[in-house]
Design a protein around this ligand. Structure first.
Ligand code: SAM
Length: 223
């Protein structure tokens, strides 16, 4: 039995790989974070979806047990998240680790594709041989320490941020005098894709007065 970990588009539907489509047509069950979002994806491709099973980071142990039972019965399953690569600041890792513990001959198969952190890093033009990915920064506890760590690091840094918090996060980095160059990548692959580059002082005016809805990935050049 196989558990396919399938990347889906961040926005642009053309980014779904033919291999991913092949897996969707092959498996009977598809684990997804939000069944409505996944159904929309399938209707955009005008293909019928496998049976959808909701699975997210807070799925209860009974749900996880049921999923593992399906695999034990020999079913092949696929896992998707709302967008991008499962397991990258998205559900996946807990299920994979439990399933591997319980099923000896389980094959976990990557079907790679879109991932915001890699997309942002790939256009940043910063060294990428060593980088630190923070996922989402903590909102409260430990935040100051991590911002300081980011400032002092000698590695390229990548983190995820929401449109609601991006200005505030840049302000906080400015307050601690983080003077490195950065890339703020907004809505990659979508209609309002924008890539802002420069020091914090240069990027802040570019964001000023803009409606900053949407999804952001920040890359900092520390090398
Ligand atoms: N697993 C996903 C991946 O592979 O990119 C990331 C999931 S995480 C819950 C969602 C965050 O990723 C967003 O809040 C944003 O910070 C970042 N993100 C997702 N899509 C993005 C996009 N199109 N452009 C920039 N950042 C994006």
């Amino acid at each position: 039995m196989k558990l396919y970990i399938v990347a889906t588009p961040l926005g642009n539907l053309q980014d779904l790989s033919p291999r991913a489509l092949g897996v969707f047509q092959k498996v009977k069950f598809l684990l997804c974070e939000d069944t409505r979002k996944t159904r929309k994806l399938f209707s955009a491709y005008q293909i019928s979806a496998p049976r959808l099973i909701s699975y997210h980071q807070h799925s209860n142990p009974q749900k996880v047990k049921e999923i593992i039972q399906l695999l034990k019965k020999g079913e092949d399953l696929a896992l998707v998240s709302d967008a991008g690569t499962p397991g990258i600041s998205d559900p996946g890792n807990k299920l994979i680790s439990l399933a591997l513990k319980e099923i000896n001959n389980l094959e976990v198969v990557p079907i790679p594709g879109p991932c915001a952190l890699i997309a942002a890093l790939s256009v940043a033009g910063f060294p990428s041989d060593r980088f630190l990915f923070y996922g989402f920064l903590p909102r409260k506890k430990g935040r100051k320490k991590i911002l300081q760590e980011i400032k002092e690091s000698s590695w390229t840094i990548v983190f995820y941020e929401s449109g609601y918090r991006i200005k505030k996060t840049l302000e906080e980095l400015e307050e601690i005098e983080m003077e490195k160059d950065l890339v703020v990548a907004r809505e990659l692959t979508k209609k309002f894709e924008s890539i802002y580059r420069g020091s914090i002082k240069e990027v802040q005016p570019l964001l000023k007065g803009k409606n900053l809805k949407g999804e952001f990935t920040v890359v900092i050049n520390n090398q």
